[in-house]
Design a protein around this ligand. Structure first.
Ligand code: PMT
Length: 410
């Protein structure tokens, strides 16, 4: 559903925890900022703040059960489609776990599972320090982050159980700000709404044995910036990522892979129903032909020679498949070059069947692997456009402008 004329529509999902009373203050801040807020609460949440409070503040029925709600026979679908932004506050360890694995066993968890992929979700956890630091909770937190969910991290302080430690709900101002930022990013230019974009990013690791691999210095920054910008423009984004230390951009579906073969498989799968593919990953061109199944011993298993075989070229395969099923798809590649930048990029444009190649000068300190900035020249059939040194976010915006133009033209 589209945005309200009167400001963003926020669905506040309240869980059962002492911090539920602070969600009242968050709701008031959001209303003051012009948001229309509705409340869905777990049954436990209603033990901490009753329906009368929520209804008094929102002038709407609070939804707490999948059945018997006056406003709709299918409340989870109605609410999840109504919202421009969903806020889970306070988020308990239980609800985070349900979100991570997709359990839908009450109104709140079922609604959260039904939220469309393009709707931003903000989670503000609050719980006992041991529950927060527990291995499953931290694993679930990582999963939610990788899925593009924005987490307003809890802070250290005195908790309800009298323990002092991490787990206290973040400040109400910070939570309200995160929701407003999420709403802003959703309502700003949505030029790629209804488009599906696949982005590859980061390096690949090619195993020599279980503890050694061949890799390169890609940090993933360039690909992640593209994925973030495409999501900001409203696209449904799949980010196929090699091993990186980066957090997932908001609103992006991230598929983690390790090797070139895994990246190949995941990218082709995502490309089937895609409109745009952008290959920013530094995929290994070669992989060990016979990776050992045990750690090779220095004493008697010398690594004098590693036999290598070529990996499959993902970008070239996308180039071959881009007109399949009569669909129009735009395929964009990078060319990481140390010499003959434009000539090499032009050759790659033709050889790999791309619509656009970003010729990337990787000899400069302010460009290429690991840096915050990049220096690229855009090469396509229609010509060459040299860009100055820009942040990777700015390069991402140029690339997507060009991809959108090519898509409109074809
Ligand atoms: O990750 P960062 O630290 O931000 O660094 C960004 C970057 C330098 C990695 C990025 O801007 C970049 O240039 N990516 C391409 C790196 C590369 O592998 O270039 P290439 O010229 O070897 O490959 C050409 C194109 O084919 C690339 O789009 C690459 O993704 C693709 N390719 C290559 C080999 C292969 N097996 N499959 C591929 O899809």
């Amino acid at each position: 559903m589209s945005s309200s004329l009167h400001g963003p529509k926020v669905l506040l999902c309240v869980n059962g925890g002492i911090a539920a009373y602070k969600a009242i203050e968050v709701l008031r801040l959001l209303q003051t900022a012009g948001c229309e807020v509705r409340v869905a609460s777990t049954e436990d949440g209603l033990r901490f703040v009753g329906a009368a409070t929520w209804e008094g503040l929102t002038h709407r029925d609070v939804a707490s059960s999948l059945y018997g709600w006056a406003e709709s026979a299918i409340p989870h679908i109605m609410l999840s489609e109504w919202a421009d932004v969903v806020l889970v506050c306070p988020a308990t360890a239980n609800t985070m776990a349900k979100m991570a694995v997709g359990i839908a066993d009450d109104l709140v968890s079922t609604t959260l599972l039904a939220v469309p992929r393009t709707t931003p979700v903000v989670v503000a956890p609050a719980m006992n320090v041991n529950m927060w630091q527990a291995v499953p909770t931290q694993a679930n937190l990582k999963t939610l982050r990788e899925r593009g969910i924005s987490i307003v991290m809890p802070v250290e302080g005195r908790l309800a159980c009298d323990a002092v430690g991490e787990g206290k709900l973040a400040s109400v101002d910070q939570i309200a700000r995160a929701v407003l930022d999420a709403a802003d990013s959703r309502t700003s230019s949505k030029s790629m709404a209804s488009l599906k974009v696949v982005v590859t990013a980061g390096p690949t690791h090619e195993a020599i044995d279980p503890v050694r691999y061949i890799a390169n210095a890609s940090s993933g920054k360039m690909g992640y910036a593209i994925a973030a910008e495409a999501a900001r423009r409203g696209a449904c984004v799949t980010l196929v990522s090699g091993p990186t230390a980066l957090d997932s951009p908001e609103g992006v579906e991230r598929v983690d892979v390790v090797s070139a073969a895994q990246m190949h498989e995941a990218t082709l799968r995502a490309f089937d129903d895609a409109d745009v593919a952008i290959c920013a990953a530094a995929v290994a061109d070669y992989t060990p032909a016979h990776p050992a199944d045990h750690k090779l011993k220095k004493a008697h298993e010398h690594l004098d020679v590693i036999e290598l075989v070529e990996t499959a070229d993902i970008l070239a395969e996308l180039g071959r498949r881009k007109s399949r099923d009569g669909r129009t798809r735009v395929v964009v590649g990078f060319a990481a070059e140390t010499d003959d930048l434009v000539a090499n990029a032009q050759a790659k444009l033709v050889r790999k069947g791309c619509d656009l190649v970003a010729a990337n000068d990787v000899t400069r300190e302010d460009s290429g692997f690991g840096s915050a900035t990049n220096r690229v020249t855009l090469v396509s059939e229609s010509g060459i456009r040299e860009l100055p040194t820009l942040t990777k976010e700015e390069v991402a915006a140029y690339l997507l402008d060009e991809a959108e133009r090519l898509l409109r033209r074809s």
